[in-house]
Design a protein around this ligand. Structure first.
Ligand code: GDP
Length: 425
């Protein structure tokens, strides 16, 4: 039996989806334990190319059971749209292979509206929300002002519960933002059009997981976004509104007794960041443009160009520590093949002092990167499948990163396809 988590080490978009898709072969169950539809995992396999937002990346394996845990923001509208899209491409999603926790809270129709209204109010001071309603959702969840997916099985109580929350929420919508109030008719329409569609998938996933654990099944916990977006350990307030770190997996999955023995941290061979906030190693101009183009760094959900930079060993080491990563998957090494010399951010300068410690968020805007250059390899490595077959400079790059972050790199990914991978264990 093994319980393993796959997490992002940096700002997200490290290629977690592609790693989960690869590793699910060994797992019976894949559980998403936090976040909502505000991120995109890109998965390319023999069934096609998919941009997953809420669905666990194990849905492409025939015998894998996929679960949206209680820590996830379940948006019935977007989830159903995503499920329909995936099913239209021939992927089977049945209540047997796809389950939604009855204890997951539902993202309600006004959560996305509130995100829009708040970003508008903030104008140029905005934080770069993806406007998926995630922050309003989690604030309401912690205020106990949303409903659980399992309440769909109790229609009378559900309507009464929703009416009470709506009355409260309409005060904010109308009095704070001057927006239109919601009505029960609107909620009825939402229930009928979306909630009823996902209802067959809702069940007691907690007991399912406990049984799976007892039966010695292999369980994989899938995170969304990266360490630096964790609500408690990330670059607050430029974080998401949930915990992306592996330590949250037992709580958010619905298996509090999970003993996660293996944490696979996904690190990209260079850095990218979506949205606002400090990004110390950021590159600009033509150099940045080239890297962005080479890596296709545009958001899977929003299409926004991502900010790019060299690998940031300061942030990555911190990410490895807060995730308690036991091994690393280094992705997109092939993207660096065009570079003569490869920049690496080894330290930060903070208040005139050189440091390899990740600074407190407020100090990051005043930090500057210390850059060193390693030799490039200038060869296409996308067809390489054995570490020893990589050019020497590429091997040195991997070994240099490994030493700096203090965690073994056990996978090196050299292309987006499932088999474009080098195993190092
Ligand atoms: P996630 O949210 O962490 O899963 O990451 P994204 O899906 O947003 O971004 C990863 C992107 O890189 C996707 O388009 C993947 O298909 C692609 N990708 C993943 N690994 C590799 C790799 O090793 N090489 C290349 N060239 N692309 C990769």
């Amino acid at each position: 039996m093994s319980e393993c988590a796959i997490v992002g080490i940096n700002w997200g978009d490290e290629g977690k989806g592609r790693m989960v898709d690869l590793l699910t072969e060994k797992f019976d169950v894949v559980v998403r334990y936090q976040g909502g539809g505000n991120a995109g995992h890109t998965v390319i396999n023999e069934q096609g190319k998919f941009a997953l937002h809420l669905l666990p990346s194990g849905i492409f394996r025939k015998d894998t059971v996929n679960i949206l845990g209680n820590g996830v923001a379940v948006d019935p509208e977007n989830l159903w749209k995503e499920m329909t899209e995936v099913m239209d491409k021939g992927v089977a999603l049945t209540p047997e292979n796809m389950k939604i926790s009855d204890r997951a809270s539902l993202l309600l129709p006004w959560h996305r509206a509130l995100d829009e209204l708040e970003e508008k109010r903030l104008a140029d001071k905005k934080y770069g929300s993806t406007k998926q309603g995630i922050a309003p959702f989690y604030s309401d969840k912690y205020q106990k002002k949303t409903v659980l997916a399992g309440e769909l099985f109790y229609p009378e109580e559900l309507r009464e519960h929703l009416a009470g929350i709506m009355e409260w929420k309409n005060l904010t919508l109308t009095k704070v933002y001057g927006a239109e109030p919601y009505t029960m008719e609107m909620l009825e329409e939402w229930i009928g059009t979306y909630c009823e569609k996902i209802k067959p998938y809702v069940c007691d996933t907690g007991s399912f997981l406990r049984d799976a654990q007892k039966a010695g099944k292999n369980i994989l916990f899938e995170a969304q976004l990266g360490s630096l977006r964790d609500l408690d350990y990330g670059i607050y307030p430029y974080t998401t509104s949930s915990n992306t770190t592996a330590a949250y997996a037992p709580i958010g999955s619905g298996l509090p007794s999970a003993k996660i023995s293996d944490v696979v941290g996904v690190v990209k061979a260079y850095s990218t960041c979506v949205g606002e906030g400090p990004f110390v190693c950021e590159m600009f101009g033509e150099e940045a443009e080239k890297l962005r183009e080479a890596g296709g760094e545009y958001g899977a959900k929003t299409g926004r160009p991502r900010r790019v930079g060299p690998i940031d060993l300061v942030a990555t080491k911190y990410g490895v520590e807060v995730q308690a990563a036991t091994e690393i998957a280094l992705t997109k090494l092939d993207v660096l093949s065009y570079m003569e010399q490869i920049p690496v951010c080894t330290h930060y300068m903070v208040d005139g002092k050189k440091t390899d410690r990740f600074p407190f968020p407020s100090a990051q805007n005043k930090s500057t990167p210390v850059i060193e250059y390693l030799d490039g390899w200038k060869t296409d490595i996308s067809g390489v499948r054995r570490f020893e077959d990589l050019p020497e400079a590429a091997r040195k790059y991997v070994e240099y990163v490994e030493k700096a972050i203090g965690c073994p790199i056990t996978y090196v990914s050299v292309g987006p396809e499932r088999d474009s991978i080098i195993y190092r264990k």
